[in-house]
Design a protein around this ligand. Structure first.
Ligand SMILES: *Cc1c(COP(=O)(O)O)cnc(C)c1O
Length: 219
């Protein structure tokens, strides 16, 4: 089965990097996948999932959560400020904190709820105009503002440019996290998660390699 194979490859890459077993979390990216494929992976014991769209996740996860205790949901797609309230109620982690207005909204929600999902700051390591994320040179200043709002991000997230060697992007992200005292790195997808683990990824986001190709391109 694809899930077992991906788990084995993660374990091998973790060991090859000289890192402790279990130090990499597999986020199974289930966006736009048919329900039967996701149910199969749940039945095989996978509990950590990634979704890109608040609306889609809100439609399908409450029922699965009731059926499979211990599900952990990670938001990995762009988050509109007007969906932030719904997102913090639904997700255990948000990987796409990418602007001050969203940080301010999340801080207000955290205060009124007394709880906040785990937060990752998305960095646009390739400085691509069409891509979300804080530019690398703006990261340290952004992080100061976020921390000034009493939010405590755990780590950084990136999506390297299509077709480029991802390794320099992974290294850049790891260096930015290290100098800012951030422990977690959300990086690596179906095509490059082993390279990401070699560079220190703590969370890999793997979709198509587990579930098969998505029916339509999404995010
Ligand atoms: C869709 C998506 C993934 C998973 O991509 P695959 O190539 O199918 O593994 C990972 N991260 C983000 C941000 C995504 O949007």
């Amino acid at each position: 089965m694809a899930l077992a194979e991906i788990q084995a490859r993660i374990a091998a890459a973790t060991a090859a990097a000289g890192r402790p077993p279990g130090s990499v979390t597999l986020i199974a990216v289930s966006k736009v996948q048919p329900a039967d494929r996701v149910a199969q992976v749940l039945q095989q014991g996978q509990r950590v999932f990634g979704e890109n769209y608040v609306q889609e996740a809100a439609g399908k996860w409450p029922a699965w959560r009731a059926q499979f205790p211990g599900v952990e949901l990670h938001m990995i797609g762009p988050l509109q400020t007007n969906k932030a309230k719904q997102a913090v109620e639904l997700f255990d982690a948000i990987h796409t904190l990418d602007r001050v207005s969203l940080a301010e909204k999340l801080a207000r929600l955290a205060q009124s709820r007394g709880a906040c999902p785990e937060l990752f700051i998305q960095v646009n390591t390739g400085a691509e105009p069409q891509k979300a994320g804080i530019l690398p040179e703006a990261l340290d200043g952004f992080l100061l503002r976020v921390r000034g709002l009493d939010l405590a991000p755990l780590g950084l997230m990136c999506i390297p440019p299509e077709g480029a060697d991802p390794v320099p992007h992974f290294r850049m992200l790891a260096a930015m996290a290290a100098r800012n005292g951030l422990a977690c790195l959300s990086m690596g997808m179906s095509g490059d998660f082993e390279a990401a683990i070699a560079e220190g990824a703590t969370h890999v986001r793997v979709g198509s390699a587990i579930f098969g190709a998505r029916a339509y391109a999404a995010g």
